[in-house]
Design a protein around this ligand. Structure first.
Ligand SMILES: *Cc1c(COP(=O)(O)O)cnc(C)c1O
Length: 397
């Protein structure tokens, strides 16, 4: 990741197809569009990629999470369990529906800790949202079993893990609904875009209608279509979908490059006993979007990050002090800094965040370094980088 590194002729051709006929909207204008249905074609391609029955494209990954939850009936006052380590989009998408994000600890996978999930279940819990961070995944069997036992929806935010698999199944296709982002920095990009994937036909139909103002998409006169329920506008445009259609064709190539690069780095780091790799559950295969490893403590981790910066090893982060990915710096959530009044239900539901601490998450995130894996690196680039990393880490211990 990110897929924009390798933009080329294919992307240009797909976009020009759309510009040539001028229909930038994904619905309607059948006569003008010269047979080009980029959003529809991308949905079909993604159904094959993920091995699922239905894909609904939307305008962003954040929209995908909101649409997925809405499609499954999650709303006002419902609790959605989510991890402390994710992107702010997770709680934004939940709160947009009037639902309450319940943050719980992550474990050595850097995803939801099943024990913490179980402990957080209340009569109000409606869904568990596992976020497959940094190209890998949580303990999916255990999380699914908990959801089955308690009759909860399992939603996967796989925005950072396209191409990853668990027991041969695409990440995103294991829960009741999966969510993807195709924003500018993801493994495949549309510029902006997202997708909801599911095998549940009713959820799909809901997502299709909800993301387009409630349009039922029956017949070919858009103005005459019915609106069986309230919706919103989370549509993707044909221009964005066109870029994605080129990129999805290159996904196998992108994943192969990511994995090659990841394996070179992993092998290099394996000579340092103080370095532990992030746990990938048995049966899981990472997408290779990131390398993740743990060091003995926060102090050493900070030292290594500084060393990486000085030594020209770019795109590596420790998320402990990060504004966007970890609970510690989400003051705006903890103090509910909103432009508009928030419902009392959500206010009351989020009171726990004023005092709650997450020692177990701190234990993992404080010692974690996450390095982006680029598609444009040659094997030689990666080997050189790996050499530098090993040297800097050894000098910091
Ligand atoms: C990128 C991302 C999102 C949001 O996607 P956008 O398309 O930027 O809205 C949500 N969750 C995770 C884990 C992400 O990495």
């Amino acid at each position: 990741m990110p897929g924009f590194e390798l933009f080329g002729e294919l992307e240009r051709k797909q976009v020009n197809d759309v510009l040539d006929n001028g229909v930038l909207m994904r619905y309607g204008f059948d006569g003008m569009r010269n047979g080009h249905w980029k959003a529809k074609a991308l949905e079909s391609a993604l159904e094959k990629t993920f091995g699922v029955n239905h894909v609904q494209l939307v305008s962003s990954g954040t929209a995908a999470v909101s649409v997925a939850l809405a499609a499954a009936g999650v709303g006002a006052g419902d609790e959605v369990i989510m991890p402390t380590f994710t992107f702010v989009a997770s709680f934004e998408a939940i709160m947009a529906l009037g639902a309450i994000p319940i943050l719980v600890d992550i474990d050595e996978t850097l995803a939801l800790d099943p024990k913490a999930v179980e402990a957080a279940i209340t009569p109000k819990t409606k869904a568990v949202m596992v976020v497959q961070m940094c190209g890998s995944m949580g303990h999916m069997d255990r999380l699914k079993a908990i959801c089955d036992t308690h009759n909860l929806l399992l939603v996967e935010d796989a925005c950072q893990a396209i191409g990853g698999t668990y027991n041969g199944k695409a990440l995103g296709s294991i829960g009741d609904l999966g969510c993807f982002s195709f924003d500018f920095v993801k493994t495949i990009t549309c510029g902006e875009g997202g997708a909801v994937i599911t095998n549940n036909e009713a959820f799909y139909t809901n997502a299709d209608h909800y993301s387009d103002h409630g349009h039922d998409h029956i017949g070919n006169d858009r103005g005459a279509e019915g609106h069986p329920f309230l919706g919103y506008n989370f549509r993707i445009s044909e221009l964005h979908a066109a870029v994605g259609l080129a990129q999805v064709q290159r996904l196998p190539e992108f994943i192969a490059i990511q994995r090659r690069n990841l394996n070179i780095l992993k092998e290099a780091l394996s000579v340092i006993p103080e370095v532990t790799l992030r746990t990938v559950p048995e049966g899981g295969e990472e997408s290779g979007a990131f390398l993740n490893f743990f060091l003995p403590n926060l102090e050493i981790t900070r030292k290594v990050i500084e060393g990486f910066k000085d030594g020209g090893v770019d795109a590596c982060w420790n998320y402990y002090d990060n504004n966007w990915h970890y609970i510690r710096k989400w003051e705006h959530l903890k103090t509910l800094k909103s432009l508009f009044p928030i419902t009392n239900e959500v206010k009351t539901g989020l009171k726990y965040l004023e005092h709650k601490t997450f020692e177990q998450s701190d234990h993992f995130i404080g010692r974690n370094i996450s390095c982006l894996i680029k598609l444009s690196w040659t094997a030689k680039d990666v080997q050189q980088r790996a050499g530098k990393m090993v040297e800097i880490i050894k000098n910091s211990l």
